[in-house]
Ligand binder design. Structure first.
Ligand SMILES: NC(=O)c1ccc[n+]([C@@H]2O[C@H](COP(=O)([O-])OP(=O)(O)OC[C@H]3O[C@@H](n4cnc5c(N)ncnc54)[C@H](O)[C@@H]3O)[C@@H](O)[C@H]2O)c1
Length: 280
């Protein structure tokens, strides 16, 4: 039997070790924290929001889970490295990493955008992901037990939208995910990404209420009539980290209610067929 077919039939171990979630105090990150805690992982929450992060860790710990909060600005590589050491000292090396920490902007033009806000968004959204993948990826490689990293992309990873710092950073993250998958595969560390469409969070509802997002326009370009909840994105993340995804690496999994399939179809200049008379 060739070594290739021998390794194809070997059952890799499920990821072990602590599940680390950046941006885990709120939103999609919080849903991932709740999911991994429910699945029996020790969980480390890394976030700048100490109030929410500590409260979440205390709530889940009261319910019997092993959850710790670490204040961490992912934009600072030294802070991320120091926190990674503290997480390893407490729980052992990371088995799972989810990079959900990000700043989320409103529409703006390249001509008029604030450059310092642009640069800060890259430092948090792109560099912050890179820092976490390096610090916790090294733990996975050194521990030799495999692992799973899920970066959080967006429909912005797929097509241009008028968010001039956020949109190209999400494209860059999709490519970074592929590079990491190629580099770390030989260590049985899988690296994938999820690409959610607009997720119905209290923050999105507030942006709709403030006129910063148009619900009618939003719903008009999805195949399904419902948007994902944070728990739906956490389910996709949990799948990508599960043994059922043992041969999946380097992919960008849309959690998008059919946005990618529908956005050009629904805006076709010849019209949408079923909006014409006598069409199903
Ligand atoms: N909400 C959506 O509709 C949506 C859609 C597609 C993709 N996403 C992506 O999902 C991820 C999470 O989004 P969300 O809606 O849950 O956002 P959110 O604002 O609810 O949560 C982001 C979390 O990141 C933390 N954070 C911000 N800056 C940080 C920093 N420098 N260091 C550490 N933590 C920091 C925040 O404190 C917060 O807890 C992001 O990558 C976002 O781009 C969100």
């Amino acid at each position: 039997m060739s070594s290739a077919s021998a390794s194809a039939s070997a059952e890799p171990p499920a990821p072990r070790g602590v599940a680390v979630v950046t941006g885990g105090a709120r939103g999609i990150g919080e849903a991932a924290v709740r999911r991994f805690a429910a699945d029996g992982y020790p969980v480390a929450i890394l976030d700048v929001d100490a109030g929410r992060g500590e409260k979440l860790a205390a709530e889940l710990s009261r319910d019997g889970a092993q959850v710790a909060f670490h204040a961490c600005d992912v934009a600072d590589p030294d802070t991320v490295a120091a926190v990674a050491d503290r997480v390893a000292a407490e729980f052992g090396p990371a088995g799972v990493l989810v990079t959900s920490a990000a700043l989320i902007p409103n529409t703006e033009s390249i001509m008029d955008m604030d450059l310092s806000a642009h640069d800060r968004m890259w430092r948090v959204n792109y560099h912050g992901t890179l820092h976490a993948c390096r610090s916790f990826g090294r733990q996975m490689v050194d521990a030799g037990a495999g692992g799973s990293i899920v970066t959080v992309g967006s429909i912005n990873s797929l097509l241009p939208l008028p968010l001039p710092a956020y949109n190209p950073a999400k494209v860059a993250l999709a490519r970074l995910t592929q590079l990491l998958a190629a580099e770390l595969g030989r260590h049985r560390v899988r690296v994938n990404s999820v690409a959610p469409t607009y997720v119905m969070t209290p923050e999105l509802q507030a942006r709709i209420d403030a006129g910063q997002r148009d619900l009618g326009k939003m719903m008009g370009v999805h195949a399904l009539d419902t948007l994902p909840l944070t728990a739906d994105v956490a389910d996709a993340i949990a799948f990508l980290c599960s043994p059922q995804a043992r041969t999946i690496t380097g992919v960008l999994l849309p959690v998008d209610s059919g946005w990618a399939a529908s956005v050009s179809y629904m805006t076709y200049s010849g019209g949408v067929p079923w909006q014409k008379p006598n069409t199903r």
